[in-house]
Design a protein around this ligand. Sequence first.
Ligand code: NAD
Length: 273
Amino acid sequence: MTEQEIEAPRLSGWALVLGASSGFGAATALRLAKSGMNIIGIHLDRRKALPGVKALQEQIEACGSEAWFFNINASDADKRAATLQTITDKFAERGGNEQVRVLLHSLAFGSLGLYVTTDDTKPLTQKQIEMTQDVMAHSLVYWTQDLVAADLLEDGGRIFAMTSTGSTGVFPGYGAVSAAKASLEAHIRQLAYELAPKHITANAICAGAADTAALGKIPGGDTIQTRALERNPYKRLTTPEDVALTIAGLAHPCTYWMTGNVIYVDGGEGHVN
Ligand SMILES: NC(=O)c1ccc[n+]([C@@H]2O[C@H](COP(=O)([O-])OP(=O)(O)OC[C@H]3O[C@@H](n4cnc5c(N)ncnc54)[C@H](O)[C@@H]3O)[C@@H](O)[C@H]2O)c1
C-alpha cells in the first residue's frame, strides 16, 4: 500500500489550525477536512499568496467541510480575541453546540541569524528573539488559554505543535528558533499536565526535514535537506502529507492516553547519526 492509498480515520468536529495556508498546516487542514472535520485556518499572508489560500479553502469545501480562514498575526492578542469572538458568534448562529476538537500550532515566523557576529553582519536583537519566541512558542499557550476561557475547547480534544530537531541541536543561524522549539516542547508538556482533567491531550510533532517555504528560508536549508536525504532510512524527505496523515491518526479518540510527548514523524531520520 502506498501512502496515497492510506485511508485516514473518520473524524468529526472542528480543527483550528494556526499556520493553515502552507506546508504542514495546509496539508493537515486538507487531510482533516477529507476525514470529515470543519476547519478554522489562521494564517499571515500578503496579497500575492491569497489566491493560493482561496484555492485551499475551496479544496476543503469540496470535501463537504466548512473553511473559515482568518488572515491575521496569530501572536497579536487583540486579533486573537476578535477572531475567537467571531468564531463564538458563528458557532452561536449554528446552534451553539460546537467546539474546537483539534488545535494545531504550525506557525513558521522566526528570525534567523547569529547571536554573536565578528564581521559587519548584525547579531539577532532582543526584539527579534522575543518575537520568535512569541510566535513560534508562546502563542500556543495564549490561544489555548483563550479557547479554554471561552469554553471553545472540547473535552477530549487534541493539541499538536510542530517542533523540530532544532529543539535539542544546533544549526547555524537557528538559535532563536531552536530556543523557541525548546519552549514549545515545554509548553506542550505543561498543557498536557494541566489539561488532563479535561481529557485534552497535547503532543509535539517533530517532523523530519520537509521541502516547505519555511525550510527554504533557513540559511543552509539545502544542506539540511541533503543531510536528511543521506540519513533517512527511506532515502526521501518528509512530506507535509506524511505529517498530516499522522495527525489525522493521532486525532482519533483512541489516542486518549498518549500525551505530553515529542513524537518523531520523520521515517526514522532522527535516530541516524
Ligand atoms: N519544514 C521543515 O522541514 C520543518 C521540520 C520540522 C518542523 N517544522 C515546523 O513546522 C511548522 C510549520 O512549518 P512549515 O514548514 O509548514 O512552514 P510554512 O512556511 O510552509 O507555513 C507557515 C505557516 O505559518 C503561517 N504564519 C507564519 N507566521 C504567522 C503569524 N505570525 N500569524 C499567523 N500565521 C502565521 C503562514 O501564513 C503559513 O500558513 C514550523 O513551526 C516549523 O518550524 C518544519
